[in-house]
Ligand binder design. Structure first.
Ligand code: FDA
Length: 398
């Protein structure tokens, strides 16, 4: 005996719940299927437990994709403002942290409860925990074989996310289904992920551990260039903090990052200007523009004496010192992988999907939304906004 639905959504995470609620509230008969024992674990752990649920300024410029214009339609039809209105209607208290990032005042559970309530309003049926064994076509409809029996649905929405954090249920399900239906993929890789550094090469920088400062960080060229002004943290093993997470999404193995440790200053110029008539030593002079410990340790790394009088030093090493701080080039060894990545870059190639509905052009009735798709947001609430916007787009169409 099979159960019939208009829409089957696979994956009850951020995008899947949003999509199911919207389709259900349109009067579609919807079933939401997830293999996990606990609902929406990624929302629960997001934003340090407070869920950075959107960004006030979210726009297409904050997303990476092989097809950068694709996300425009969904993002403009369901905006950060629309999600904020929904959060307000559910009386969830929130605050802005910085750079437009909005967090729950209390807990990410509030967002999960809100999405659950929206699904209830749409009479969404649940199959959870429930494994999907196979998806096939049965005439015009899709046949979904699950542990809990067979489901027939006119439309199937794949919302099973990417590969990041396998420990809490991430799988390659979306990619397998895409391949099964002959849809192209953009190679998935970990993004918003800590980068690793060669232990031996890093030795020289170990004394900098604990120093945090705002830097300009960049990598890549032209179309693939990423550039951020963000906080950087030196650790015993390498670099960390938002600056590194942001740039990791753009980084290609084997290529350098360029870091400006004093983005507001031209240090070579300032050092040469300061030299005239100065009685100060080099370390104290640098400490005007950099954290004192960074200045001292950097001089050690460069093999320069911090207590040397500035006025006694030739121009050339001063210029080189300034440039080394304004344009520090470093090549990461790799990333910490999906175990630590907040998201997955790549995924279902958007050239296979309609930007209005998220439906696969070659397979009428089959939709892909959320992180499964090759649209990846910056750090700061953008990835959830994509989950909401793409979820609504499919929910309105399926
Ligand atoms: P999501 O991963 O949320 O949901 C997929 C669902 O599919 C899961 O419930 C999973 O169990 C289910 N599933 C997988 N395979 C299946 C299968 N074979 N069968 C059935 N079900 C299956 N973003 C942001 O904007 N702000 C933030 O604060 C954070 N913070 C954050 C912290 C951490 C630690 C991580 C790992 C990630 C974030 N993110 C974030 C990213 C954000 O969590 C992510 O982009 C969205 O959850 C993606 O939503 P989806 O619905 O696409 O996938």
């Amino acid at each position: 005996m099979s159960t019939q639905f208009d829409v089957a959504v696979i994956g009850a995470g951020a995008a899947g719940m949003m999509c199911a609620a919207v389709a259900g509230q349109r009067g579609r008969k919807v079933v939401l299927i997830d293999h996990a024992g606990r609902l929406a674990e990624k929302i629960r752990i997001s934003g340090g437990g407070r869920c950075n649920f959107t960004n006030r300024d979210a726009g297409p410029q904050n997303f990476l994709s092989d097809n950068p214009h694709f996300c425009k339609s969904a993002l403009s039809r369901y905006t950060a403002r629309d999600f904020i209105d929904l959060v307000r209607r559910h009386r969830i208290a929130f605050h802005e942290k910085h750079k437009g990032q909005l967090f729950c005042d209390d807990t990410a559970e509030d967002i999960i409860a809100m999405l659950k309530a929206e699904c209830e309003q749409g009479n969404v049926a649940w199959r959870m925990p429930c494994k999907v064994v196979d998806i096939g076509k049965s005439g015009e409809a899709f046949r979904i074989d699950t542990e809990a029996g067979e489901i027939l649905a006119k439309s199937v929405v794949i919302a099973s996310g990417g590969l990041s954090i396998p420990k809490i249920g991430a799988t390659d399900f979306a990619y397998r289904i895409a391949r099964q239906f002959d849809l192209r993929l953009v190679e998935p890789r970990p993004a918003l992920v800590p980068l690793t550094f060669d232990a031996q090469a890093w030795q020289a920088f170990v004394p900098l551990a604990g120093i945090a400062l705002e830097v300009a960080i960049e990598t890549g060229e032209k179309k693939t260039r990423g550039h951020f002004l963000e906080d950087l943290l030196f650790t015993h093993r390498g670099l960390s903090g938002p600056a590194v997470l942001q740039i990791s999404s753009y980084w290609q193995p084997g290529t350098p990052l360029t870091i400006n440790l004093a983005p507001q200053e031209d240090l070579a110029e300032l050092l040469l200007q300061a030299k005239a008539g100065s009685k100060k030593n080099l370390a104290n002079t640098l400490a005007q523009w950099l954290p004192a410990r960074l200045a001292e340790s950097w001089l050690q790394v460069q093999g320069m004496q911090g207590d040397a009088r500035l006025a006694d030093l030739p121009d050339k090493p001063l210029r080189q010192l300034g440039e080394s701080l304004n344009r520090w080039k470093i090549v990461p060894a790799g990333t910490e992988g999906y175990k630590k990545a907040e998201v997955t870059r790549g995924g279902v190639d958007t050239r296979e999907l309609s930007q209005q509905s998220m439906m696969a052009s070659k397979v009428p009735g089959l939709y892909f939304i959320g992180e499964a798709v090759d649209v990846t947001g910056w750090l700061g609430g953008y990835n959830f906004q994509w989950a909401w916007s793409s979820g609504v787009a499919a929910g309105q169409a399926a």
